[in-house]
Design a protein around this ligand. Structure first.
Ligand code: RFL
Length: 385
């Protein structure tokens, strides 16, 4: 199998195929140092943790990574806590920065003799609907290369070439703009004691750990705003206001960017011998922390059906790949949208008006008043099978 892209999807798939005795080569456009330091997600849901353990990757990938505990909702400055792991029946997620996951997956793959080729330029896919697709590219030295394979995994993210290699009309596309803007900030500040989501009339804000000495903050903003509208002093002022914390430590901001709060899904997630995995097939907003986790669960589903096809000669399993992954994808899209409406509508009523605010406040209150509602939330956060 040729795997295009060495993000969480491609590297997880590569490790699982290696453990299944299915030969694979990973082609990555960027330099190794770039992919090993790209900061994005920070929560590995319980389902993904269990999957890594079941495939024998627990020691290499999860060592020393802290488990999650309470989740804080700060409503108009008043803290409310949810014990998500307990509500989910003792199923703990892990607080794991995406770049640490990527570093460890690379190390595990290469320790097992895996073939990762970085700086692979101009990757092009040919014969995807034939028995033996061919992948052409230029290696780090600029030499033209060709890989003949049985299958191709498109793990090259939303802007990759795999999905665009599928003939027009073969995939149905679902795209949705949530009409919400976020400015996202990485800073060298102490991690919060627990992941924190703050709701108030000043707008939504969140504070998440990214290792012991770094934080990611999110601030709701007007869609279309640029980072120039968010100088450091505005960021800290707004964070203190929205988090209701005058003593919030200020630190050096290492990155500020805008997040497009958009969703995207293609159906089916395959074409001929090409399988789309992770962000190449679907994008979900960061609300709820599911993008990286979906990438991992797609990778596991593909590894299992490929193992059945290659090792056991059962090619019928390949046809279940897309439906299995899409089922989970839509559950998570719903979770993300549900949470987004709740924390944004419950705050600044100028966006959707007082009626929507009261609905969202009722939804939020239910999390702390109804064990059934809290459990339903916690089970989705821990991850669905
Ligand atoms: P990736 O991580 O984008 O990796 C794709 C890889 O493919 C390479 N590539 C190519 N290689 C060869 N040839 C080509 N032509 C290529 N084109 C691209 C790229 O260089 C890259 O190495 O996709 P993957 O593996 O599907 O993983 C998806 C996750 O990265 C993504 O869903 C998450 O980061 C989303 N996300 C979050 N997910 C969570 O689960 N929890 C979170 O808290 C969370 N927060 C976030 C996020 C994404 C964010 N941004 C910036 C989009 C926060 C942010 C700000």
């Amino acid at each position: 199998m040729a795997i295009i892209g060495a993000g969480p999807a491609g590297l997880t798939l590569a490790n699982l195929l290696q453990r299944s005795g299915v030969d694979c080569v990973v082609l990555e456009r960027r330099r190794r140092s770039y992919i090993e330091h790209r900061q994005r997600a920070g929560v590995l849901e319980h389902r993904a943790v269990r999957m890594l353990e079941e495939w024998g990757l627990g020691d290499q990938v999860l060592a020393g990574v802290p488990v999650d505990g309470l989740l804080e909702f700060r409503i108009d400055g008043v803290p409310r806590h949810l014990d998500v792991p307990a509500l989910a029946g003792g199923r703990h997620s892990r607080l794991m920065p995406q770049q640490v996951l990527v570093q460890r997956l690379i190390m595990a793959f290469e320790t097992g003799g895996g073939d990762l080729r970085t700086e692979a330029e101009g990757v092009a896919l040919h014969g995807l609907d034939e028995d033996r697709p061919v992948v052409r590219y230029h290696d780090a030295a600029g030499m033209g290369r060709e890989l003949a394979c049985d299958y191709v995994a498109g793990c090259d993210g939303f802007r990759g070439l795999s999905r665009r290699s599928v003939p027009e009309g073969a995939l149905t596309t679902y795209a949705y703009d949530h009409g919400v803007g976020w400015v996202t900030v990485l800073a060298d500040t102490p991690a919060p004691r627990r992941p924190l989501l703050a709701v108030s009339e000043h707008g939504f804000a969140a504070h998440f750990p990214r290792g012991p000495h770094a934080s990611r903050y999110y601030l709701e903003c007007t869609p279309g705003e640029t980072p120039a509208a968010w100088p450091d002093d505005r960021i800290w002022k707004q964070l203190r206001l929205r988090l209701g914390d005058d003593d919030l430590p200020v630190g050096s901001v290492t990155a500020t960017s805008m997040v497009e709060m958009r969703s995207y899904v293609v159906d089916p997630m395959s074409y001929g011998r090409l399988f789309l995995v992770g962000d190449a097939a679907h994008v979900i907003t960061p609300m709820g922390g599911k993008g990286m986790n979906l990438a991992l669960s797609d990778a596991e589903t593909l590894a299992m059906v490929l193992r059945a096809a290659v090792r056991d000669g059962d090619c019928s399993a390949l046809r279940t790949y897309s439906t299995t992954c899409l089922r989970r994808t839509w559950d998570y899209q719903d979770f993300s949208r549900w949470m987004m409406e709740m924390v944004h509508d419950a705050g600044d009523a100028s966006r959707h008006g007082p009626f929507r605010r009261e609905l969202a406040r009722a939804r939020l209150a239910r999390l702390f008043e109804s064990a059934a509602a809290a459990t339903a939330f916690a089970v989705l956060r821990a991850g669905v099978d």
